[in-house]
Design a protein around this ligand. Structure first.
Ligand code: NAD
Ligand code: UGA
Length: 433
């Protein structure tokens, strides 16, 4: 049992803290956001993540998990402090490290006993060394025995708890092997491969992994765009490719492209690091450009199908950047709605979890309470997020409600042939036939 502090209670911090508590450790989760912490103290989750509420409540009840806004309280007797604060994109794409700095400085101010500081946030290569410098400078001459370990996180929103508890691997980077070994102890019960390496390599593994996954998606989207012109079906192409063990089936779903709080910022940050150090990240630039175009192609399809977008009514199904989350950061739907509204279209939408976030983001968006309300009177329906509840809709009813029967299936969720037989003008992504 280890005494842990997790700094930042967002998707990563809250899941990390609750899972470590569930594995028997004593965990104090800290955030500077009062509202977030008071919600958590009252058993209310500040984010939607399947299974999280139960995991939090059972570990709070067992006395292993607590929440606070007070650094001094959270860091009391802490052996390992995880920094899991946000690292958003700055204007030039560089990761903004102000929250990491602030967390590191608070540790330096308040801790006198030996401590391991773990960077769980996704941070630019070299940040581990930088954090050590920040702490040393802040201490002035005051001694502190500490080591910095990089422990990037690979969980996905929507399946975060399962991903954390069943990782493909755990990556640890440090100049001090003993410190890395101590953090490794926390993960031993998960029985997964543990890669122990140096700080910078661990930091790069995180960026390279996210950039590679984004590259696979942009690759299949480019193939899909070619399929559309040549009369092939990208879903079948991906299946045929994915059965090759060297290729594998995951992250080959063509669609509106990748969004979320991480792929966009991390690919940008990696490209920025490359340019800063004199290399030309040609592939990364193309990966980002393909992704930007992928959303615009939907607008082109709609314009063509409806003969213009001004004053057209468009219905959007799905707002979150992917199913099983309420997170709308860099969601493809966000750009699609902006582009539609810029062309004078009236947009209405429904999402099972992201309605509150959408209301704050789009004052002119009509929010509906189900897919049929969205379909009512629209000239076209666009599927932007493949939630399970959209899989089996009553399309006869939808056909009756719509003003024009145009469907853009931005995630290739539906059977195009069947919908065409039901009288829809159906357009998938990368399905040329
Ligand atoms: P988030 O924005 O959901 O949460 C960050 C939290 O940190 C916020 O609650 C904020 O109030 C808090 N915070 C900011 N400054 C603080 C400070 N000085 N002290 C204490 N708390 C502070 O972020 P997230 O999605 O959990 O991501 C965190 C990091 O993990 C990022 O670097 C991200 O790239 C990385 N990551 C995220 C995911 C994911 O699925 N979201 C997965 C892997 C890695
Ligand atoms: C992603 C990675 O999968 C995690 O390993 C990583 O920890 C995380 O980023 C992070 O660093 O934050 P996440 O963003 O939660 O996780 O979601 P993904 O399931 O990876 O999906 C990202 C985006 O790609 C979504 O918009 C999704 O719709 C899109 N996507 C995914 C596709 O368009 N096609 C696919 O085949 C797969």
């Amino acid at each position: 049992m280890t005494k842990i502090c997790v700094i930042g209670t967002g998707y990563v911090g809250l899941v990390t803290g609750s899972c470590f508590a569930d594995l028997g450790n004593t965990v104090a989760c800290l955030d500077v956001d009062d509202t977030r912490i008071s919600k958590l103290k009252n058993g209310v989750m500040p984010i939607y993540e399947p299974g999280l509420e139960q995991l939090v409540s059972q570990n709070v009840r067992a006395g292993r998990l607590s929440f606070t806004t007070e650094y001094s309280e959270a860091l009391k007797e802490t052996e390992i402090a995880f920094i899991a604060v946000g690292t958003p994109s700055g204007s030039d794409g560089e990761a903004d490290l102000q929250y990491v700095r602030s967390a590191a400085e608070s540790i330096a101010d308040l801790v006198d006993d030996p401590i391991i500081i773990v960077n769980k946030s996704t941070v630019p290569v070299g940040t581990g060394d930088w954090v050590a410098d920040v702490v040393r400078k802040r201490r002035g001459g005051k001694a502190l025995e500490f080591h910095v370990v990089s422990n990037p996180e690979f969980l996905r929103e929507g399946s975060a708890i399962n991903d954390f508890m069943n990782p493909d691997r755990v990556v640890l980077g440090s100049t001090e092997r003993e410190a890395a070994n101590k953090v490794a102890q926390l993960y031993l019960t998960l029985r997964c491969p543990i890669v122990i390496t140096d700080l910078r390599t661990a930091e790069m593994i995180k960026y390279a992994s996210n950039a590679f996954l984004a590259t696979r998606i942009s690759f299949i989207n480019e193939i899909g765009n070619i399929c559309e012109e040549l009369g092939a079906d990208v879903c079948e192409v991906a299946r045929g490719m994915g059965l090759d063990k060297r290729i594998g089936p995951s992250f080959l779903d063509a669609g509106l492209g990748w969004g979320g709080s991480c792929f966009p910022k991390d690919v940008k940050a990696l490209a920025h690091m490359a340019v800063l150090h004199g290399t030309q990240p040609q592939l990364l630039q193309a990966v980002m450009e393909i992704n930007r175009n992928q959303r615009r192609r939907v607008i082109v399809k709609l314009r063509k199908a409806l003969g213009g977008l001004n004053d057209r009514e468009i219905g959007i199904l799905g707002l979150a950047f992917k199913p099983n989350t309420d997170d709308m950061r860099e969601a493809p739907a966000v750009e699609v709605i902006h582009l539609l509204q810029n062309e004078g279209a009236h947009v209405k939408a429904y999402d099972p979890q992201a309605m509150e976030n959408a209301g704050q983001m789009f004052p002119r968006l009509t929010l509906c309470s189900n897919p049929y309300e969205v379909a009512d009177g629209v000239d076209a329906l666009v599927l932007t997020t493949e939630w399970n509840e959209f899989k089996q809709l009553d399309f006869d009813r939808i056909r009756g409600l719509m003003r024009q029967p145009v469907i853009i299936d931005g995630r290739n969720l539906w059977d195009g042939e069947r919908l065409r037989a039901q009288g829809f003008n159906y357009y998938g992504i990368g399905r040329g036939n």
